[in-house]
Write a protein that binds this ligand. Sequence first.
Ligand code: SR1
Ligand code: MG
Length: 412
Amino acid sequence: QYRPLTPETLGARLASIDAVAKRVGSDPALWTVREVGDGNLNLVFIVEGPEGAVVVKQALPYVRLVGDSWPLPLYRAFFENHALVRQAERDPGSVPAVYHFDDTQALIVMEFLAPHKILRRKLIDGDKVAGLGNFLGKFCARTAFRGSELSMKSADKKKDVGLFSGNIEIPAITEALVFTDPYYDAEMNHHTDGLDAVVANLRSDARLKAKVQRHLMKFASNTETMVHGDLHSGSIMSTDTESRVIDPEFVQYGPMGFDIGMLLANFFMAYFSQPAHRAKDELDDYQEWLLSVVREVVEIFEEEFTRLWQTERTGMLYPEALFEGQGHNSADACAGLLAETWKEALGFCGIEMHRRTLSLAHNADFEEIEDKGLKAALEARNLHMGAELILNAETCGSLDELLLLARQVNKK
Ligand code: SR1
Ligand code: MG
């Protein structure tokens, strides 16, 4: 029977699990257990003992952020476990190792990452992370490519889509909080005083809302690859030189541009919030570093995806024989797919920027700003850029143009 863990009960309940005892030590009396979960949904414990440390993540039967008025199935831990296994196969070393999974208790025992910190914290604090764009660009490219029919056998892919389609309530959160609630006066929405006019303007824009709904349709019905599903800067842990992706419980098969779009949005939100967190003499340098990460993520994503296309295309799609002997090869097809993915990602990016300032779950980049006037002004920039991306995703053009747009909006 499922019972939520507490720091007091965890030792007695998990000491008999070999995978835990081996890594932490067999005597729970010598363990230190801390509950450190600061996310919206789960319990997270760090368990330290004489032999080492592990992280224990346990799903709660409700949304932690809201309380038991919003029940949420425990089975999300099952999907998170499956996602971690696939991500480790598709991009080795990119996610924490899983040591043990208990379906009934909805818990995963996994690698304790130290001295990693949540990337969002580091970005608010002005820390730079070497190799961040390279790591994230490769993660997005490898998981997108290797989770699709470009790499997987059609039958395996269908089975996997079937498996993950059992994860119903979690994507439904995204369908509501990300794609729908920001654009009308939904019950759980909140926004900073001073943004009323900007918000009213967004909500009265039928063209924008139609484009968002088109993206929702793609998110809900396009199963081209396995996406992390919630790839924001709170789902990444970094030291100053090394990063990992965590927390894939929002996993589903979805559009290739979804993860990278969400990710870029979170770098843009870090970018637009910086004037509240940095002294003037550090501001330009740090904001430009953030844009350099965006550039690297996109460039590496395209480079790595193209490399995989050339070297690992084992699925049914775009067989080279189809293209040979006609004076060209499949390179144009790869470039075409990447161009479509880029446009799609820009739309998802704009939508994620909106929801983090208008819907239920805001992010600390803006929430930690004490001066409410400044907060509203910076969030207005964020909303403006988000709208530009949603409305003009089809025509936005190059990466250079995207970065230029961010710099222009940042000066408004
Ligand atoms: C009710 S859950 C709110 C948000 O937290 C998760 O991290 C996802 O981003 C979700 O949208
Ligand atoms: Mg999460």
